[in-house]
Design a protein around this ligand. Structure first.
Ligand code: C2O
Ligand code: CU
Ligand code: CU
Length: 431
């Protein structure tokens, strides 16, 4: 999106979108019928954004992954009434990363995102501009917002129509990439960068290429990894992002990006050679290891199922502050998913869905954290970058190194949006 006199203008609008030809669906979008424009900013920028809500309903816009004062965070306290314009202004204080924005209304985030509200916020910095990486937006630097949707036999969107939807969250059966069913893309020969967002309400994607090729992950939620990491499968839970580099050759026939059995994207490599040939060996300096034994520890236990999902036995209450945190202090947050097999687990919705045995992606506002350990073991190489959302599988316990640089009231929550909407969220105050 281009700035007009230094300001990004976002308009939340109702739209009509054809997932299937000839079937118009009522959708929501920013400045268009579905999703939103990519906002591209640079570290050090003072960013001003005006969000006009033209809906008959309230909304909010949250900048997921951004370090920002709470009045600008766009959480459930920053409601934009119908017809109103919300003006925010904040400096970009963090490094290059692929962030995103989406609504965050209390109890009603899921349906608004499902109808189409989500967009990317890309930060560049000196380092990202100096590295020899593809960054020609839309040419060899490609955003992929991956989601899933469920359509009924008439091709209409379905939302929360089955009993398991309130347990697993809203799982679709059809992949949607950048708002389109089964799109094709024609990359240049050589390397292309994809900035991938799992923008699904509830589904964790297990992404692979149809020929099982190796690709290179270069970034996590909050920025670059120390070095590119070769992978064949990328697991992304709702809210998480990754940047990957894929090498295309002229002999790539029928190449697809898949999640399990579903084709998300089909490639038809073009003939034009790309500009970047080799990947840099080092992307950024790795974080120094620190002694965490004396740091304050806080414990977050995700538990319950269906309407009873909660954190530490509590469900979201706008008037209750759950944690008080000191500005600038480094802490260890220990996040546990205590759901477990219940003997006779039933398959629900097809995804891990045993009753009470559900993975929860834990997200914290106003920070980028580091994963210290998973069940006592060091994180995999591809999880060592900055993160703001982390998948916590049933029975797992994860230690996170967190630190906050802005004051105010913020949220932590499960990023399965139906869990968040049912109350799997808490508030912390930084002062
Ligand atoms: Cu992406 Cu609190 O959300
Ligand atoms: Cu967030
Ligand atoms: Cu959850």
């Amino acid at each position: 999106l281009e700035r007009e006199e230094g300001v990004f203008h976002l308009k939340v609008v109702e739209g009509k979108h054809e997932f299937f030809q000839g079937i118009e669906e009522e959708t929501l979008g920013y400045n268009g019928d579905i999703l939103g424009p990519t906002l591209r900013v640079r570290k050090g920028d003072e960013v001003e954004i005006h969000v006009k809500n033209t809906l008959e309903d309230e909304t909010t816009v949250h900048w997921h992954g951004l370090r920002v004062i709470s009045a600008m965070d766009g959480g459930p306290h920053q409601v934009i009434p119908p017809g109103a314009t919300w003006k925010v202004r904040f400096p970009i204080e963090q490094g290059a990363a692929t962030l995103w924005y989406h609504p965050h209304l209390l109890h009603r985030t899921g349906p608004q995102v499902y109808r189409g509200l989500a967009g990317l916020l890309i930060i560049e910095d000196e380092r990202s501009e100096a590295l020899k990486l593809p960054r020609d937006y839309g040419v060899d630097d490609i955003p992929l917002i991956i989601q899933d949707r469920r359509f009924n036999s008439k091709g209409r969107l379905e939302y929360l129509t089955r009993p398991e939807d309130i347990i697993d969250g809203m799982l679709g059966d059809t992949g949607v990439v950048n708002g389109v069913l089964a799109p094709t893309f024609s990359p240049r020969l050589g390397v292309t960068r994809f900035r991938i967002l799992n923008g699904a309400n509830a589904r964790t994607f297990y992404l692979r290429f149809s020929d099982n090729r190796t690709f290179y992950q270069i970034a996590t939620d909050g920025g670059f990894l120390e070095k590119p990491v070769g992978r064949r499968e990328l697991i992304l839970s709702p809210g998480e992002r990754a940047e990957i580099i894929v090498n295309f050759t002229s002999s790539d026939k029928d190449l697809q990006l898949r999640d399990g059995d579903y084709t998300l994207l089909t490639f038809m490599p073009g003939r034009e050679p790309g500009e970047v040939e080799k990947l840099p060996k080092e992307l950024v300096k790795g974080a120094e290891s620190i002694d965490t034994s004396k740091l304050k520890r806080r414990y977050f236990v995700m538990q319950g199922t269906g309407r009873s999902v909660n954190i530490n036995g509590k469900q979201m209450d706008m008037r209750r502050i759950d944690e008080y945190v000191k500005l600038g202090e480094t802490e260890v947050w220990v996040v546990t998913n205590s759901s477990h097999h219940m003997g006779m687990g039933m398959m629900m919705g097809g995804q891990m869905g045993m009753m009470g045995n559900i993975p929860h992606p834990f997200h914290i506002h106003n920070t980028q954290f580091r994963i210290l350990s998973r069940n006592g073991l060091p994180p995999s190489r591809w999880e060592r970058g900055d993160k703001d959302t982390v998948l916590v599988s049933p029975g797992e316990s994860i230690e996170l190194l967190v630190e906050f640089r802005h004051v105010g009231l913020y949220m932590y929550h499960c990023h399965i949006l139906e869990h968040e909407d049912m109350g799997m969220m808490g508030q912390f105050n930084v002062s």
